[in-house]
Design a protein around this ligand. Structure first.
Ligand code: PLP
Length: 396
């Protein structure tokens, strides 16, 4: 199955390039450079080398025996992205884009971050390749995520607190865009998920598709056949599309993406763009997003910072519209329960984001045929969430 994008960067009706004219030359330059790099053997070999020797790929596909027994139906495999260097899938994309920036002759990386996880992964890649790194972060977020601010600084990055607007992620995005336009000769803007204007959604997808390519090989080796079901959490949508994409042409493989249901269905209490949102433009791309009656971006909530984003990647909007992928949501409470459940059942403490996928499967397992093969993407590890869980579990 072809999902695009087309030449203008559209996945069906979604995606595109909704940016000020001043940003266009930078996007065109990036599109051309990426198009050339991905055809070049030396570039691909270099990405593969760092993924293997630095990040620890391939990550294992682990047959979860006790989880399988507890569910009593499907055979569950966990794709262990939590075992990557820095503890999540985000590094796959950062390595790819940092190497691309180097190939373009740019030695300065900028990024924006909300909770700080993408900032840490970006600062890591910049340190690895000896590049200058500037991370934009809303003042409000620097307070809430002071430990991640410290990590980024430790890695040699400069963290710029953004004091405008709501002092959170979307204001940091605006500042990063401004910086990019001003310093485009030396600077690459490293976007963290399958969001933003073309070519970011397709490029980030390509860098994350290593997850699905490996999983496909691994499940065939272990079971002699393709899986029946893939499950992953959906924030911006990069870990899920990374797993799903290499299977999109296999019609018999069912796919489910799990958004954050937060603490309820009211606008502001969740980040379930597909059940509670509508079509609009944010960060340069047309997709589903959460906004109020006046078209203003709505605040979002989730116990997991990585799913707490008002928009979703345009390819997901297309995959939902065509019916190829199902999207659903799971609330804070069920995700926290699943966090503890997986920790005790398998000795694996999952990221709260990944716990949303575990929670969905835990419920759905009852109605799945016995022996069905399931791959669940464990997008990250939960070390970063231990304090949240310890302090806030009773308050969600
Ligand atoms: C950032 C993050 C996510 C959400 O981002 P996607 O682009 O949807 O993958 C999910 N899990 C973990 C562990 C994360 O750090």
């Amino acid at each position: 199955m072809k999902t695009g994008p087309d030449k203008a960067g559209y996945f069906g009706a979604y995606g595109g390039r909704f940016v000020p004219e001043t940003v266009m030359p930078a996007l065109l330059e990036l599109e051309e450079a990426y198009g050339a790099a991905k055809k070049e053997k030396a570039f691909r070999r270099s990405v593969d080398r760092y993924l293997k020797e630095y990040c620890g790929r391939p990550t294992p596909l682990y047959f979860a025996e006790r989880l399988t027994a507890a569910f009593g139906g499907p055979r569950v495999y966990l794709k262990r992205e939590d075992l990557n260097h820095t503890g999540a899938h985000k590094i796959n994309n950062c390595i790819g884009q940092a190497l691309l920036a180097k190939r373009m002759g740019k030695n300065r990386i900028i990024a924006e971050t909300g909770a700080g996880q993408h900032g840490v992964a970006t600062a890591t890649a910049a340190a690895l390749f000896g590049m200058k790194c500037v991370i934009y972060m809303g003042v409000e977020d620097t307070r809430r995520q002071s430990l991640n601010v410290f990590r980024m600084k430790m890695l040699g990055a400069e963290v710029v607190p953004v004091d405008s607007g709501s002092k959170t992620l979307k204001d940091a995005i605006n500042e990063a865009m401004r910086d990019w336009v001003t310093h485009v000769k030396t600077t690459h803007y490293l976007l963290g998920s399958v969001l933003g204007p073309h070519p970011y959604p397709v490029m980030v997808r390509d860098f994350q598709a290593v997850i699905g390519r490996e999983a496909r090989r691994q499940i065939v080796r272990a079971e002699g056949r393709l899986p029946d079901l893939l499950v992953a959490c959906v924030g911006g949508g990069s870990n899920s599309i990374g797993l799903f994409h290499p299977f999109l042409g296999d019609d018999a493989v069912r796919m489910v993406g799990v958004e954050a249901g937060g603490r309820g269905k009211k606008l502001g209490d969740h980040a379930a763009r597909f059940s509670g949102g509508s079509i609009g433009v944010l960060q340069g791309t047309l997709s589903y997003l959460l906004h109020d009656r006046h078209g203003q971006i709505a605040p979002t909530h989730s116990v997991s910072a990585g799913l707490d984003y008002p928009s979703v990647g345009p390819e997901h909007s297309h995959l939902r519209e065509t019916g190829r992928v199902e999207y659903t949501s799971v609330g804070d409470r069920a995700a926290l329960d699943a966090f503890h459940f997986l920790s005790r059942t398998e000795g694996i403490v999952p990221a709260l984001e990944s716990a949303h996928a575990v929670a969905w499967l835990r419920k759905a397992a009852r109605s799945l045929p016995k022996g069905d093969l399931v791959i669940l993407n464990l997008s990250g590890r939960g070390d970063k969430d231990v304090v949240t869980v310890a302090s806030g579990a009773s308050q969600v």
